[in-house]
Design a protein around this ligand. Structure first.
Ligand code: SF4
Ligand code: SF4
Ligand code: SF4
Length: 300
């Protein structure tokens, strides 16, 4: 039987998830809880419903089909979605013709995913691209990722895995023979601070990083978050962490914080913290710090 995974998006023509033109498969579920997460809908490992108030025309169709009291008529013809009452049956999305209720997360088989990503095979070949598995944390569904990457390898298509590495090494190991590149998030050096902002310390992440560097080329992705890690001292500490594995690091991406996650969180009643956006001058300065690790440092 074909392996299945919970997937919330498949993005074609992606230019930021590895070399060349890529298709990025986003798996749902994450083992971290980063306070700044720009895809908060990716964290929960269940199907969820997202509500876009701006699209709602107040037709009431969702209220008729919801047997859990999660869809309510508000005052003056307004409609209210109570995310905490929702049992994720998805029926409201099927009757919401305005597209205000949206299902986030679909069970897909490896065959279905392969069929979709193989449509762009020629594009991967001409651009030096391939397929990237991202999330959430794709290695929480490592058997699926390994199986899909194995089939892509048989088709001659390179696979990258975009991971925060907060998983058992066994999960990394499953995908190792089939992935050509790993994009690894490194968020901060101090373990306690890492725990405060992401819900987990970074001991296991760093152990996995050092081990992984023995096998595969790495792109390191560092989110730069105002008031959290946007100081020269913090960046210098990350530089120190990376120097021992510099031979494996082919690119560093500094990811400037943006607040898109706040609006996305609102769509399922999750309040996300707002952080300051680092300035261009800060990002340029941090970029210079990382050039001692890798010649290719990009600011995204
Ligand atoms: S079905 Fe859609 S458009 Fe109609 S009230 Fe519900 S959310 Fe709004
Ligand atoms: S998905 Fe949630 S809100 Fe929609 S009908 Fe089912 S229980 Fe009600
Ligand atoms: S690791 Fe990525 S997906 Fe997971 S919570 Fe952090 S930012 Fe979000």
């Amino acid at each position: 039987m074909s392996m299945e995974a919970l997937i919330y998006n498949i993005q074609h023509f992606s230019l930021h998830d590895g070399p060349g033109i890529r298709t990025t498969v986003f798996l749902k579920g994450c083992s971290l809880r980063c306070a700044w997460c720009h895809n908060p809908e990716s964290i929960d490992n269940r199907i969820q419903m997202l509500y876009d108030e701006k699209k709602c025309i107040g037709c009431g169709a969702c209220i008729q089909v919801c047997s859990n009291g999660a869809q309510l008529a508000g005052p003056e013809g307004l409609h209210l979605f109570c995310a905490d009452q929702c049992m994720h049956c998805t029926e409201c999305a099927q009757v919401c013709y305005a597209g205000a209720m949206e299902q986030c997360g679909y069970i897909k088989s490896a065959e279905q995913v392969l069929e979709e990503v193989l449509r762009d095979k020629t594009l991967y070949q001409t651009s030096g691209g391939g397929v990237t598995f991202s999330g959430g944390e794709p290695l929480l569904q490592a058997d699926f990722v390994a199986e899909a990457a194995k089939q892509l390898q048989a088709e001659g298509i390179p696979t990258a895995i975009d991971t925060a590495l907060n998983v058992p090494w066994d999960s990394v190991e499953k995908a190792l023979p089939y992935a050509e590149l790993f994009l690894v998030d490194v968020k901060m050096a101090d373990c306690q601070k890492h725990k405060k902002y992401t819900g987990a310390g970074n001991d296991r992440i760093l152990q996995n990083l050092y081990r992984l560097a023995e096998y595969k080329p790495l792109y390191i992705r560092i989110p730069v978050i105002g008031g959290v890690n946007d100081t020269e001292e913090e960046m210098a500490n990350i530089v120190k962490l990376l120097l021992p594995v510099r031979a494996s690091i082919k690119q560093i991406n500094l990811l400037t914080y943006h607040d898109f996650g706040i609006e996305k969180g609102r769509r399922f009643a999750k309040e996300m913290q707002r952080f300051a956006v680092p300035t261009d001058a800060q990002m340029q300065s941090f970029s210079k710090q990382f050039q001692s690790v890798c010649e290719s440092v990009l600011i995204d």
